[in-house]
Write a protein that binds this ligand. Structure first.
Ligand SMILES: *Cc1c(COP(=O)(O)O)cnc(C)c1O
Length: 287
């Protein structure tokens, strides 16, 4: 047994052996940088066709899966190109970075910004102002602060509850067994519209270690739909990234968050965006 202080045994998932082995930096994963409209379009087309194939394998309709391009570290010029390629929503991990981009590109009035990274209460004001959705809700303190700010802005916000499905101690998100009680507390915050769950799977190239994270998130969502006040509106599963989105779709993902496979490898280490201890996935694109 590992010693996660949060998760309880029934929902325990095995820790992959990979976590003890240093892996290459994510920027070494080989995703080529897309700088032109044509390159971005080609990457988008490739990912959409892989989404289609994964849906076909799972007997699902591609209409059920939303591709959310993740544009963290991507500069304004390339963001304008992805907009030109037809994208109308982008995911950003850091609030400050997202807010700056929102301000700089306020002329693109139909471009929506999804905040998908951990939030501190002192940043809720910004999120309430510009975000189209918030995918990393994992504390009632943030729920309360965000609700207050949203009331002040006179708006409501779609939120996803982030769950730590991998058992990694360093990771953000609620322990799986804490989710039902969390959901029962959420109706107090009337400006939040809980839409579903979000997770980052274990970083491993071994599907046998990654898949259980996705299965767990789906199981939790189904469970919550039965006993929460949200029921039918609570249908989203945001899971899957560049290295594992096909697996996530096979397990029921409704939103996949894909950055590097669209824009190319990032220069910033992921430790800038995620808690220390997260190792990147040694995956090659286009497998
Ligand atoms: C960066 C990020 C992604 C996308 O990761 P890629 O490897 O670039 O596809 C997905 N989810 C979150 C929360 C992220 O911060």
């Amino acid at each position: 047994m590992h010693h996660n202080t949060q998760a309880s045994p029934p929902l325990f998932l095995p820790r992959g052996p990979d976590l003890n082995t240093p892996l290459p930096a994510r920027s070494a994963t080989g995703y080529p940088t897309a700088t032109t409209l044509a390159e971005l379009q080609a990457n988008l087309a490739d990912i959409r066709s892989r989404i289609d194939s994964a849906c076909a394998r799972a007997g699902r309709s591609p209409d059920e899966v939303r591709l959310l391009p993740v544009s963290k570290t991507v500069d304004e010029q390339r963001i304008r190109l992805i907009y030109e390629a037809g994208c109308r929503e982008l995911g950003e991990n850091k609030v400050q970075e997202a807010y700056g981009k929102w301000e700089a590109m306020s002329d693109l009035t139909d471009l929506n910004w999804a905040v998908i990274g951990h939030l501190q209460t002192n940043k809720t004001k910004l999120v309430a102002r510009f975000a189209s959705e918030f995918q990393a809700l994992d504390s009632l303190r943030v729920a309360e602060a965000l609700d207050k700010r949203l009331q002040a802005e006179g708006r409501a916000l779609d939120v996803f509850v982030q769950v730590n499905t991998s058992g990694e101690e360093s990771k953000f998100g609620l322990a799986p067994d804490a989710v039902p009680a969390f959901m029962r507390a959420l109706p107090a915050y009337t400006s939040l519209r809980p839409r579903g769950l979000m997770t980052l799977a274990l970083f491993s190239s071994d599907a046998d270690h990654v898949r259980p994270c996705f299965t767990l998130l789906r199981t939790l969502r189904d469970q919550i739909r039965q006993d929460s006040p949200y029921k039918d509106q609570f249908d989203e599963l945001s899971m899957g990234m560049s290295g594992d989105f096909e697996l996530a779709i096979e397990e029921g993902a409704t939103t996949v968050r894909v950055g590097q496979a669209i824009f190319g490898a990032r220069n910033l280490p992921d430790s800038y965006y995620w808690p220390e201890g997260r190792a990147p996935q040694p995956e090659t694109p286009g497998r």
